[in-house]
Design a protein around this ligand. Structure first.
Ligand SMILES: Cc1cc2nc3c(=O)[nH]c(=O)nc-3n(C[C@H](O)[C@H](O)[C@H](O)COP(=O)(O)O)c2cc1C
Length: 218
């Protein structure tokens, strides 16, 4: 079962590299959407690209649940509202005031909404790489999300990750199999205000630190 490769890898030239960096700089977590729908087949195209992501043992454990049903969306929105209120109670003083002003999900406007799960029992990949680290299934699903995030940005679309939510409430609303573990809930659509600075940085909540802080040498 050999897959002989005769063609050379593409040359990612300086112009491409500069564009790639721009893509990374402009990729945003989006919480404010225009209500315009996205084109037919776009979601499927983005999922197809997401499936090029790396996965442990080539297990492709990611599962995408597209949520169109208004009642199911409402159940998710209610979970977000409740969790966001609880999160606010955990903040104190000025931080609490700032938190209360943040917009942390676009669940009211986003035309496309979906949940991502990782199937903990998939036989694909034949267990390779995940015997001692079953969490690699979750990491793989996150790799797919990041790939989709970039692909969406290229299309001028924004993706917003909603984790201020009760996974069990989402599982119940979406009737997913027991073996699927919740990764996140996502809003997709055209961003109302494209920006190259993270919303949390613009709001004064947090700022990006310099990469050198994240390197340790031993
Ligand atoms: C695992 C994960 C969970 C997140 N959950 C939320 C969320 O619930 N609400 C929110 O507004 N942003 C959420 N975000 C987005 C981050 O706040 C955002 O990525 C960060 O502020 C940097 O902004 P940027 O993505 O626009 O660069 C999440 C991001 C990740 C990676």
């Amino acid at each position: 079962m050999s897959d002989a490769h005769t063609h050379a890898p593409p040359d990612f030239d300086a112009a491409f590299r500069a564009k790639f960096r721009e893509l990374l700089e402009w990729r945003r977590d989006v919480r404010e959407f225009r209500i315009d729908p996205i084109s037919d087949g776009m979601f499927e195209r983005l999922v197809e690209i997401a499936c090029l992501a790396p996965s442990v043992g080539l297990s492709q454990p990611w599962r995408f649940v597209l949520v169109d049903d208004p009642d199911r969306r409402e159940a998710v929105r209610r979970s977000f509202e409740a969790c966001n209120q609880e999160a606010l109670q955990c903040q104190r003083g000025e931080r609490a005031m700032l938190y209360a002003r943040l917009k942390l999900a676009g669940l009211n406007q986003a035309p496309v909404q979906f949940a991502v799960y990782a199937d903990q029992e998939t036989e694909q990949g034949h267990l390779l790489g995940r015997r001692t680290m079953p969490e690699t299934l979750m990491y793989s699903a996150v790799a797919a999300v990041q790939t989709m995030w970039l692909a969406a940005q290229i299309e001028g679309l924004g993706l917003g990750w909603v984790s201020i939510i009760n996974p069990e409430a989402v599982d119940a609303a979406l009737l997913v199999p027991e073996s699927w573990r919740f990764v996140g809930y996502f809003c997709l659509g055209y961003p109302a205000h494209p920006d190259d600075v993270p919303a949390l940085q613009r709001a004064g909540w947090e700022h990006r630190h310099d990469f050198s802080e994240f390197i340790t040498r031993r």
